[in-house]
Design a binder for this molecule. Structure first.
Ligand code: PLP
Length: 380
């Protein structure tokens, strides 16, 4: 087949999304440029209120990225040198990177094979065995929540803080509660590939605690509450008004886009199940009352060859994540070895994200499913 006629189903199609909102986005950006007010200011304040309301929290504090949201949350929790923070090794690097950057020690705990998220029983065990655990960072991976109730119960019993990494989970719900509202703080990313993405980098921390909100707002501007008066050593991590303006436009479309992702997930489930393929579909836990499908990740046999086969058929996929964090060179000093987190390691070999963005059509999903069937049919 020549590439000229080949159907293309990209993993992400931001241009197709941009066409829908181009006029609105340009008007919002133009307004900021005309105002010449670029740093924090009214647009950022309005977005903070809107995201806080969307996430059912009292406060939102905008910052420069999801990575910085995690860093600021840990700083606000006064996590520092030698403190231990429990998290998953099966996540984007930033989750553990933020812990290590503060001189704290990531304590990895394996995930549940069905949900890809922290196994709460292992969290409890880690709390029993490790001293100086000051916080837990559950990650709501791919748009589905970690099992928060038992994690929060264990944390509360020991006075340990829970910081949600909700970078991939805006609008996701655990037993009817929004991601970012369940722990003491929630961290969001507005990286362009997220369900709510800006035109560059951006992030936010949500919280219900006024003291944390005040500290976060200071920490993102060098720990400054009053101009040139510094109560803490903070960082420069401001969300700029241009990004906030774009995000406010996109927020109006977010539910519609997330619903389109949910519809695509349903079609994948129907198509892939009907074909009886050797793939495991992403499970939806009983507590997951709203899944926002930032990614639709299957587990499959012969993953790398399947990925190459799909690429040849014009289908974009991605491996999230090919190397668990305990196996990364930069974390060798933590002393973990291969085999320590068998579920994460297995997922790293089997996981494959299929195109699920809102611009993917039902026909695209059928095409992807048929191509997966063709791959396994051919390799019989
Ligand atoms: C789970 C998770 N945590 C943190 C981040 C960091 O967000 P950012 O890229 O905005 O710094 C990401 C972004 O990919 C993520 O997926």
């Amino acid at each position: 087949m020549s590439t000229a006629t080949l159907r293309q189903v990209p993993l992400l199609d931001l241009k197709a999304q941009h066409i829908q909102i181009r006029d609105e986005a340009l008007a919002a950006v133009t307004q900021v440029i005309d105002s010449q007010k670029f740093i924090l200011g009214e647009e950022v304040q309005l977005l903070e209120k809107e995201i806080a309301a969307y996430s059912s929290t009292r406060f939102g504090i905008g910052c420069a990225s999801g990575s910085d949201a995690l860093l600021l949350a840990l700083m606000a929790a006064e996590i520092g040198y030698g403190d231990r923070v429990i998290t998953t090794p099966f996540t984007f690097f930033a989750t553990a990177g933020a812990i290590a950057r503060l001189g704290a020690i990531p304590v990895f705990v394996d995930v549940d094979a069905d949900t890809f998220n922290l196994n709460w029983e292992l969290v409890e065990k880690a709390l029993e065995t490790h001293e100086k655990v000051r916080a837990i960072i559950p990650v709501h991976l791919f748009g589905a929540c970690a099992d928060m109730d038992p994690i929060c119960r264990s944390a509360e019993a020991r006075g340990v803080m829970v910081i949600e990494d909700a970078a991939q989970a805006i609008g996701s719900e655990y037993k009817g509660r929004r991601a970012g509202s369940i722990g003491q703080m929630g961290c969001f990313s507005f990286f362009p590939s997220k369900n709510l993405g800006c035109y560059g980098d951006g992030g936010m921390v949500t919280t219900n605690d006024p003291a944390l909100a005040e500290r976060l707002a200071a920490l993102r501007i060098h720990g400054c509450k009053k101009k040139y008066v510094h109560d803490w050593v903070g960082v420069n991590s401001r969300l700029d008004a241009l990004q906030a303006a774009v995000l406010r436009v996109k927020l109006r479309h977010l539910d519609n886009w997330s619903e389109r992702r949910q519809k695509n997930a349903e079609i994948y489930r129907k198509e892939l199940t009907a074909k009886g393929l050797p793939v495991i579909l992403p499970s939806v836990a009983h507590y997951q009352t709203r899944h926002i499908y930032n990614q639709f990740v299957i587990r499959c046999q012969d993953r790398d060859r399947l990925q190459a086969f799909l690429k040849d058929a014009g289908i974009g996929t991605e491996v999230y994540y090919p190397l668990s964090l305990h196996q990364q060179k930069c974390f060798a000093y933590l002393g973990y070895k291969t085999g320590d987190f068998p579920i994460s390691e297995k997922l790293a070999e089997e996981a494959l994200a299929l195109p699920i963005n809102p611009e993917v059509t039902a026909d695209d999903v059928r095409y992807v499913s048929e191509t997966i069937a063709a791959f396994y049919g051919q390799s019989k």
